[in-house]
Design a protein around this ligand. Structure first.
Ligand code: A2P
Length: 412
């Protein structure tokens, strides 16, 4: 007589809606398109996820790294997860379960229409010498209140790009951060469904020891959103809230987030920084960190490629141009400056091929790319051209840059 088959237990991959900051990193990373979202949640399709873990290291909050043992027939569906406001607890499993839980779709399962996993562009580890970051000290349930101590526009008043530099002070409350990390802002009010708005993520524009050295404050670079990606009129909930804040207003903050887009901490490390628009925030943080170390003999080379429509729409243009030329090598790519040809950061990388190549050849060089999603491919192509021109193999170098935590992307 045959014994009944044991009930199959599955290790189901879930995303914690209370910690997730809806940054889309997981959905972009998932090689089998198992992650999807609606206006409420990011969720994992149990029919597709193969537990490959590609999405886990890049997640800035760790909300992606949640698992529940469930009976296969009772796995949480995408519809279940989209309605969640918190993760369910562990289920009590029946006694006759199979000894070993399995992933919902075996790693080698062929999912129709799904291509092989692409190689991620950037590293999923920090540079070896990066300082240890703190993450998730404050969550949606336990936000910290910060006070606005500064809010001013850093682009020309007559331009379309309304970009603000906003300084938040945390008073006596601990809020340790590193350059390259981000925080979440909880805008007040509710969404169309009457639920509290979820947090919006902003990169820090100030270094670890504060916007003002020795103060428990930090800064953000925020562009007022008035259009969607297609150019249609749209009102950015959080960006408009932040840009309209006055001194002494208070803000609910969660985070910090991010454990890979961090600067090297060892002496004479070089930085290649490539950004557009508000993607300049982490570059400002890293540059200011380096500037404060001037005179110690610890600073390596800094090379900046910065893209904006015009000089007047380039955030921090004035202070940037005052930095000493022997401290930072500044390359501005202006795309809509009257009387000048349209230029993107990748054009300038090609123009500066010899210097970029020399820096790339030095294992003390780390590369950071932050800004518009579209530039990711363009920058990678430009770096590849620069390397190939000198007779080197880009795929070998690219792999080393990723493995050694020396090439980082943050695009949106
Ligand atoms: P463009 O004038 O073609 O829009 P924004 O002001 O919209 O934040 O953009 C910042 C800069 O990034 C602008 O100069 C913009 O040029 C440029 N940009 C747009 N798309 C790309 C891309 N694919 N690669 C590099 N730069 C880009």
């Amino acid at each position: 007589m045959n014994a009944p088959l044991p009930v199959e237990v599955l290790k189901q991959h879930l995303i914690d809606p209370e910690i997730c900051i809806r940054c889309n990193t997981c959905e972009e990373t998932c090689p089998v398109d198992a992650i999807t979202h609606d206006s409420n949640n990011y969720v994992v399709d149990p029919e597709i996820c193969n537990g490959c873990m590609a999405c886990v290291p890049p997640c800035p909050t760790g909300s992606i790294d949640n698992w529940r043992l469930v009976v296969r027939a009772e796995a949480y569906s995408v519809q279940d997860q989209l309605g969640w406001e918190e993760l369910p607890g562990e289920k009590v499993l029946p006694a006759d379960t199979a000894a070993e839980p399995v992933l919902l779709a075996p790693a080698d399962a062929s999912v129709p229409g799904v291509a092989a996993a692409p190689v991620a562009s950037g590293a999923s580890v920090p540079p070896w010498s990066a300082a240890h970051p703190y993450v998730n000290l404050y969550t949606h349930k336990t936000p910290v209140t910060a006070t606005v101590v500064g809010n001013y526009r850093v682009t020309g008043a007559d331009t379309e790009s309304d970009i603000h530099h906003i300084v938040l002070d945390f008073g006596e409350q601990p809020f340790p951060v590193l350059e390259g990390q981000s925080i979440g802002i909880l805008p007040p009010g509710t969404d169309a469904q009457g639920r509290p708005h979820y947090a919006r993520q902003y990169s820090l524009a100030s270094p670890r020891d504060g916007e003002r050295a020795g103060y428990n404050n930090l800064s953000l670079t925020v562009k007022r959103v008035t259009q969607d990606h297609g150019g249609a009129a749209a009102h950015g909930v959080c960006s408009n809230y932040l840009c309209d804040l006055a001194r002494n207003d208070t803000v609910q903050v969660i985070g910090p987030f991010g454990h890979t887009f961090l600067m090297p901490n060892h002496p004479r490390a070089n930085l290649i920084m490539i950004c557009t628009g508000t993607g300049s925030a982490p570059m400002r943080a890293m540059t200011e960190r380096s500037r404060r170390l001037l005179g110690t003999g610890d600073i390596g080379k800094l090379m900046l490629f910065f893209g904006a429509r015009t000089e007047r729409e380039l955030p921090y243009f004035g202070p940037l141009m005052k930095l000493p030329r022997d401290f930072i090598d500044i390359n501005l790519a202006l795309s809509r400056e009257a009387g000048q040809p349209k230029r993107y950061v990748q054009d300038l990388i090609r123009e500066r091929a010899a210097d970029v190549r020399d820096l790339l050849a030095d294992r003390n060089t780390c590369i950071y790319v932050c800004g518009l999603k579209g530039m990711e491919v363009g920058v990678l192509d430009a770096l590849q051209d620069v390397v190939v021109q000198s007779g080197k193999d880009w795929s070998i170098l690219h792999e080393a840059l990723r493995r050694e935590g020396r090439l980082h992307f943050e695009t949106y």
